[in-house]
Design a protein around this ligand. Structure first.
Ligand code: ZN
Length: 260
């Protein structure tokens, strides 16, 4: 299958150089992107026979162009629940549609799905980016679910990754391993920051992220919060007196040895 892409003119700290809308063969698009007129027109021009619009998740930089495209092409929209009002097929993961496997990958958002071709080319939306890391914003974003989703993608042995943002990666498995290692390292850093006396999220952020684009400070703090929620659910951290305390430094579940 020939895969082309069109990058939307929406660059930024979270979208990198912009959203990549993927054109599959001559009749399908994955993540049509933001409803920016020039971007919608570019997809229309490149895909005069558009029949199917796949969407990974509901965020404004991935989904909205589906509606104007459907209006002019009558293409059907295939998306998880709650992504656009008039989806033609709602997917949950586990389906195969036009030779694309739909894989449920909750975490970045609760409804997020990835799509994989028979050649094991994996379209990851915002679950895995071509460079840097993605953001998990609770309560919709869920770190524990996200880490399980990374393992799920790994189990599918993808070859290449076509991310929602950033470059295509030919080293899919290595990239997934990096993503898993990165989250485990962040979790370890949160635990270490707590163990060394940090109590509040800003204190932890200053210890963990030494050089940070000031525009990303808020997002970094939310990532720490996402890890803290996971650790609280696992009984390893507790919220007390306006801060957080560590209950267990042990990895893995079921360990509740309290540290004095
Ligand atoms: Zn997103």
């Amino acid at each position: 299958m020939i895969i082309r892409d069109i990058v939307a003119p929406n660059p930024g700290p979270f979208t990198l150089n912009g959203t990549r809308s993927y054109l599959l063969g001559d009749d399908a698009v994955i993540d049509p992107g933001p409803a920016i007129e020039s971007h919608v027109d570019a997809i229309r021009t490149a895909m005069p026979h558009l029949k199917t619009i796949f969407i990974t998740h509901r965020h404004g930089d991935h989904a909205p162009a589906a509606l104007p495209l459907k209006k002019v092409t009558r293409a059907r929209i295939i998306a998880p629940a709650g992504v656009v009002d008039d989806a033609d097929v709602i997917v949950h993961g586990g389906e195969t549609i036009d030779d694309l496997d739909v894989i449920a990958t909750p975490g970045h958002t609760q409804e997020h799905v990835c799509f994989m071709t028979r050649d094991r080319d994996l379209f990851t939306g915002d679950t895995i980016l071509g460079e840097g890391t993605t953001t998990i914003f609770p309560p919709d974003g869920n770190m524990a679910a996200y880490m399980r989703s990374l393992q799920m993608l790994r189990a599918r042995s993808p070859k290449r990754i076509f991310p929602g943002h950033g470059p295509t990666r030919d080293d899919a498995m290595a990239l997934i391993d990096e993503y898993i290692a990165h989250r485990l390292q962040r979790e370890r850093q949160v635990i270490d920051a707590l163990a060394s006396g940090a109590r509040t999220i800003p204190e932890m952020r200053r210890r963990i992220y030494s050089e940070l684009d000031p525009r990303l400070e808020g997002a970094a703090e939310v990532q720490i919060m996402a890890h803290l929620i996971k650790l609280q659910e696992e009984g390893r951290v507790d919220a007390r007196d306006g801060g957080y305390v560590i209950l267990s430094r042990a990895d893995g579940e079921g360990s509740h040895d309290t540290m004095a």
